[in-house]
Design a protein around this ligand. Structure first.
Ligand code: FRU
Length: 609
């Protein structure tokens, strides 16, 4: 290359323009939008500077002359918002060149020199993932950096809960869909593992599921972990990958795809059906607003066996991320099947939401129960605005149906006021079934028992408080930025409307209102703090409380940027993001109408680590 350059200079012909670059990095601008970055030095990472509001640059990573992968990064043009690391260790000892195409056309190649990213591309042996943000949750799962959406591929094996998630390692907005991976023994503390499945020739790696193949039906070995996921490029097709190291690394199946359809379909969720002795797979037929069902003896060969949903439930959004499982109905001795059907938009308060149907499944197809008028009711697992893509773990112990959701909403997930990372998952939840006062069967969603271990000091305990018009105010814990769990029972007087208000000195507040006549609980975050990043954010969400007694029991989890309200052991739930300018420091209780009695109030400070 140097020889070529010298010859070019001698002959006086055009030559590439170089930028000032860091040690061990050589930058050559080739045209108005194309630049080659060659790694000549040593380092574990090439640090990439990112600017959030510019378009993605397309980078072909060329190793020894061959394209190893293509990634899309918002390379900084005028300022660096944050940096992300590109891991060079797999290519140690090889020639690595980043062939960068920046979409913004420039007038001349000289302008390219001015971009701030070239100087910021440095070699490093470490990347600092220490939290730098006030809104990073203290007790919810988040990626260390980068963007996350759906939890997926979750399985439990040998005492470990494996959680994969839709991940962009190269920026805090959606792109480069990869399966990130975290592992936990208690569903609270997560060890961050290397990325498990990366985009490949068939496309980006969208959502899917994992199963432990206990009988080696697929031939990858007894207890191999088998992932089924959507490969998304020009079209969406279903792919398989297998792992013999408990889900740490996966081999892409050479026979992919294993399912193809003419129209958009995604997010395969698989389970072993003990009755029929075969695998069942649910697949979202996204634009057709239905779920498809397939069967297979070996996880590789799939036969379409049924479909469900056309014209039923909420229909305006695309149908995504299905889940299908059987559960006992509390107190009845009966069992029912639940079909989870995440939809976006057209959630209960706009944007994303988790709808479900209760009914039967015969190993081939799902059929929903009808109500007394012969209709199929529209039901939501969580009546907050930030609960999506909820699916459950495969092989959870003791017959548990443990699920987790993405704690955001596609309406504004990419705009929330965080930068180093975007999005957290909800607390883990146990799904159950119960019969409501109207005779209908509903799903409950209660905090997993492991969550109790978060409790630190009991900072407030009160037997009985009578709530009237003038508010009674109680201080909230200060430790760990005020993160806390609030438990209380409300016994409402006739026609009473009871407000629970969380507030801070700056006047930010969240008002939760129990209307005993309407049998609803609402959550008003219109003045909860920073709300102006999206017009869809300041909202009031409302859940039915499924009771006729005028009594409810609440468990409220307050993290740095979220509030989850569980009522009556998860019979009603609301999950909402909030971005208070400083932590909420008081809880006030007031009641209009017939007044209310608050009992069993307990406030725990929660552990941050
Ligand atoms: C749901 C979803 C899935 C898809 C994934 C892509 O949020 O749209 O249907 O697999 O996100 O990241």
């Amino acid at each position: 290359m140097f020889k070529g350059l010298t010859a070019a200079i001698v002959l006086g012909i055009a030559q590439p323009l170089t930028s000032v670059a860091a040690d061990g990095v050589e930058v050559n601008h080739l045209g108005v939008s194309n630049t080659l970055v060659r790694v000549t030095g040593e380092g574990k990472y090439l640090i990439l500077p990112v600017q959030e509001n510019v378009d993605d640059a397309k980078i072909n990573v060329i190793v020894d002359g061959k394209i190893a992968e293509t990634i899309y990064v918002k390379l900084a043009l005028t300022k660096t918002d944050y940096t992300v690391p590109y891991d060079l260790t797999p290519y140690k000892g090889h020639n690595v060149v980043f062939d960068v195409v920046i979409p913004q056309g420039r007038g001349s190649v000289r302008e390219a020199k001015g971009d701030v990213c070239w100087r910021g591309m440095t070699l490093a042996d470490t990347f600092d993932t220490t939290n730098r943000e006030k809104y990073r949750p203290a007790f919810h799962h988040t990626p260390l950096y980068g963007w996350m959406n759906d939890p997926n591929g979750m399985f439990h094996k040998d005492g470990k809960w494996h959680l994969y998630y839709q991940y962009n390692p190269y920026g805090s907005k959606w792109q480069n869909m990869t399966w990130g991976h975290s592992v936990s023994t208690d569903l609270l503390h997560w060890e961050h593992k290397p990325e498990a499945i990366k985009p490949n020739g068939l496309g980006a790696v969208f959502s899917g599921s994992c199963v432990v193949d206990k009988e080696n039906t697929a031939g990858f070995g007894k207890d191999a972990v088998v992932a089924l996921y959507t490969s998304a490029a020009t079209s969406q097709i279903q792919s398989l990958a297998s792992s013999t190291d408990d889900g740490t690394t996966f081999d892409i199946y050479p026979g992919n795809p294993v399912i193809t359809l003419e129209s958009e379909a995604r997010d395969p969720k698989v389970f072993w059906n003990n009755e029929t002795k075969e695998w069942n797979l649910s697949l979202a037929h996204a634009l057709d607003h239905e779920m498809l069902f397939f069967t297979s003896p070996d996880l590789k060969n799939w036969t379409l066996s049924g479909n469900f949903g056309k014209g039923l439930g909420a229909q305006d959004g695309v149908w995504e991320c299905p889940d299908l499982f059987e559960l006992p109905v509390e107190g009845t001795g009966e069992k029912k099947w639940v079909l989870i059907c995440n939809i976006n938009p057209d959630g209960p308060f706009g944007g994303s939401g988790t709808q479900y149907f209760v009914g039967s499944f015969d190993g081939r197809t799902f059929k929903a129960d009808t109500d007394k008028d012969g209709n199929v009711a529209t039901k939501w697992l969580d009546y907050g605005k930030d609960h999506y893509a909820t699916v459950s773990w495969s092989d959870a112990p003791s017959g548990r149906r443990t699920a987790i959701g993405w704690m955001s909403n596609w309406q504004y997930a990419a705009e929330v006021p965080t930068l180093q990372f975007r999005s957290a998952n909800t607390l883990p939840r146990e799904i159950g079934l119960f019969q409501g006062p109207d005779g209908e069967i509903y799903a409950s969603s209660a905090p997993s028992p492991e969550v109790d271990a978060l409790r630190g000091d009991l900072v407030k305990k009160a037997g009985k408080i009578s709530a009237g018009k003038s508010p009674r105010t109680i201080a909230l814990p200060e430790a760990n930025d005020g993160i806390c769990e609030i438990l209380l029972d409300i016994e409402a007087g006739k026609n009473s409307v009871t407000d629970l208000t969380l507030a801070n000195e700056a006047g930010d507040k969240v008002v939760m209102t129990y209307d005993a006549n309407a049998h609803t609980l609402s959550f008003d975050r219109t003045h909860s703090g920073v709300v102006d990043f999206s017009q869809d954010f300041p909202t009031i969400t409302v859940t039915p409380t499924h009771e006729t007694s005028g009594k409810i029991s609440l468990r409220i989890f307050v993290d740095r940027s979220s509030i989850e309200v569980f009522g009556d052991d998860g019979r009603f739930v609301m999950t909402n993001l909030v971005f208070p300018t400083s932590p909420y420091s008081t809880l006030s209780v007031a009641s209009n109408g017939g007044g209310a009695r608050i009992s069993n109030l307990r406030i725990y400070s929660l552990r941050a680590e």
